[in-house]
Design a protein around this ligand. Structure first.
Ligand SMILES: Nc1ncnc2c1ncn2[C@@H]1O[C@H](COP(=O)(O)OP(=O)(O)OP(=O)(O)O)[C@@H](O)[C@H]1O
Length: 587
């Protein structure tokens, strides 16, 4: 049943594409001439909105120049048609898309440094500047009235409508595939947390630039298609105000969902048409889109999420009822379910450390947050890093994982100096970390998140076993449906499954109940031998530290107060004094 569902989900885009083509063909022969024209306009808008769904909806980047990329695509197609470049319309369209994509990368470069309003200003400024230039330069052929040549097989309006449907289906399939791929996950991750993205070895710049490139390429294709539709394109079709309205439409509809991008593109054509029918100037359409956008931004949701929320709530209720029935039959301990074999060889006592930190120092202004901190982590060991609030534990994790490059001292991973690597490179080398705050992008499913973090596809059964062992929900579960405590467990599970040499966990059990804490401890203590991973855990709950840690390092005021085997450290009078007043210490 599960397998059948998974297969259906994998082939669903193809089935929908075939059905879409069928409907498109039926519409191309059934609609009257004017509606065919409107249909083509809707398709060009849908493709542009699909692009915005990638850059804004998925990657969370404000981009207000989508129709400028469309203008670039239209210009390239017009120029190639005017100069009779061999290959025909399909090749010109592809070239228009590539030109749009390249322009997107250029405009995306500032996005690596800018955010929010500043980025909005840059993209809108680019749109305005290009608009002025376009009015001067004009589209090739527009002055002497040389029309863009449509594809030979699709030269009539009806045929061109079907051609546009084919292009839309291809674009939607590509977007659907990208959204499900690791690169699509990186867009959603970067929208949620740049630090979280870098911590799993994904370049933040690459995630942002690829989103810009794909989005702008779709803009280019949309413009190229429009050039073939109108055959004599004009600058007024690509004005910055229209880009702005299209952006609002994408935000309002939730255009990272393909069906909602289609809905948004249809609205783009439908609203002005209705206004025209009612005798209202069509420009009032922008006001309508603006109001819908304000509603979406103030409510913090969009139409697509709203509709899906209703369906998900129903499915959740049904699943809860089903699992309540099944729960009575389960007798096996979750700890027994896991099938991954134990790592074979025990670690020799004189094995070199897998992580060595030497004389680490971090200064914030006058404050020495870390001062000459050194530690060595043995392979497959669990080291507890403890200390009072403000002792420097999180600063230590940030420095070791590369998020505080201004630190002094050295970090060696299996003897290799990684001090000068950025966080993503350190992660790829096998030093992974989790965060005190939730950094798990809620738009993903558990499976796609694990795929994103591990950078590889894990066999479904193996993944399910590992998730069960770590107390996580099933691979299909959406992260937006689980509570923060569980999301943090999933973060740990994914990091473990990435097979790091060293995994640093920053208060991983925060948000769990006391019983869950203890169960988590039991699970955690089995990870090093099963996954051949060493763990450094920051934890305030000394019960958990006692349960899982073989070695402990205590930080106080940024310095190492004590270090060594668990019992020895916890009985150290200086450590007890540092924790004085902390009831947990004496328990
Ligand atoms: N970005 C920063 N700028 C200035 N001071 C900072 C910064 N980050 C941390 N500090 C200071 O550095 C010291 C160490 O902070 P850190 O968060 O590492 O402690 P911690 O041991 O993790 O505390 P907690 O257990 O409360 O998380 C604190 O005095 C903190 O105020």
């Amino acid at each position: 049943m599960l397998l059948a569902n998974r297969r259906l989900r994998a082939t669903l885009p193809i089935i929908i594409a075939v059905v879409g083509l069928g409907i498109g063909w039926a519409l191309s022969v059934g609609l009257s001439g004017y509606y065919v024209f409107l249909g083509i306009s809707a398709i060009t808008a849908i493709i542009a909105v699909l692009g915005l769904g990638v850059v804004t909806g998925s990657a969370g980047i404000i981009a207000l120049s989508q129709l400028t990329f469309a203008a670039i695509g239209a210009w390239v197609v017009s120029w190639m048609s005017y100069n009779e470049v061999p290959g025909g319309f399909a090749v010109w369209l592809l070239a228009g898309g590539i030109a749009g994509g390249l322009a997107g990368i250029l405009i995306g470069l500032p996005a690596l440094r800018l955010r929010g309003v500043n980025l909005a200003v840059v993209t809108l400024g680019f749109a305005a500047a290009f608009d002025v230039m376009l009015v001067q330069v004009q589209f090739p052929g527009s002055v002497d009235g040389v029309a863009v040549e449509r594809p030979a097989l699709f030269s009539s309006d009806r045929e061109y409508f079907f051609f546009a449907i084919i292009v839309l289906v291809i674009c939607a399939l590509v977007v659907s595939w990208l959204q499900r791929s690791r690169i699509g996950s990186s867009w959603k991750a970067v929208a949620f947390s740049e630090r979280g993205t870098a911590a799993v070895g994904q370049s933040v710049s690459m995630a942002k630039l690829s989103a810009f490139a794909v989005s702008a390429a779709l803009g280019g294709v949309s413009g190229g298609l429009l050039a073939g539709q109108v055959q004599l394109p004009f600058a007024s079709s690509f004005s910055p105000i229209q880009s702005l309205a299209l952006y609002i439409l994408a935000v309002m509809s939730g255009a990272y969902l393909i069906d909602m991008a289609i809905f948004g593109g249809i609205l783009w054509v439908l609203v002005p048409e209705l206004l025209k029918k009612w005798g209202v100037p069509q420009d009032w359409g922008f006001v309508v889109f603006g109001l819908l956008g304000i509603q979406a931004l103030t409510s913090g949701s969009n139409l697509g999420e709203g509709i899906r929320g209703i369906f998900r709530a129903r499915t959740k209720k049904r699943k809860e009822a089903e699992s309540a029935l099944i729960a009575g039959d389960v007798g096996t301990s979750v700890l027994d379910v896991f099938a991954v074999p134990e790592a074979a060889e025990p670690v020799p006592a004189d094995a070199p450390p897998v992580l060595e930190v030497a004389s680490l120092g971090v200064q914030f202004g006058a404050l020495k947050a870390l001062d000459d901190v050194s530690l060595r982590v043995r392979p497959r060991s669990i080291m507890g890093l403890i200390g009072p609030n403000g002792a420097g534990k999180s600063t230590f994790v940030d420095a070791v994982s590369g998020f505080l490059p201004q630190h002094t001292g050295k970090v060696l991973l299996e003897g290799e100096d990684i001090t000068h690597m950025n966080p993503a490179a350190r992660a790829r080398h096998g030093l992974r970390r989790t965060f005190q705050q939730d950094r798990v992008p809620p738009q993903l499913t558990v499976e796609s998140y694990v795929h994103f973090v591990t950078r590889t596809r894990i066999d479904y059964d193996e993944l399910s076993d590992a998730l069960t062992f770590l107390g996580c929900p099933s691979p299909e579960e959406r992260l937006s449906n689980v509570d923060v405590g569980t999301r943090r467990l999933i973060e740990v599970a994914a990091a473990v499954l990435a097979g790091p040499k060293v995994l640093i966990l920053d208060e991983p059990a925060a948000g769990l109940s006391h019983e869950e804490h203890l169960l988590f401890g039991q699970r955690l203590s089995r990870i090093p031998s099963r996954f051949d991973t060493a763990i450094v855990i920051i934890e305030h709950d000394l019960d958990l530290v006692r349960t899982v840690c073989t070695e402990i390092t205590v930080l106080d005021f940024g310095r190492v107060l004590a270090q060594g085997p668990q019992q020895e450290v916890l009985e150290n009078p200086a450590v007890i004094a540092a924790y004085m007043g902390d009831a947990e210490m004496s328990s």
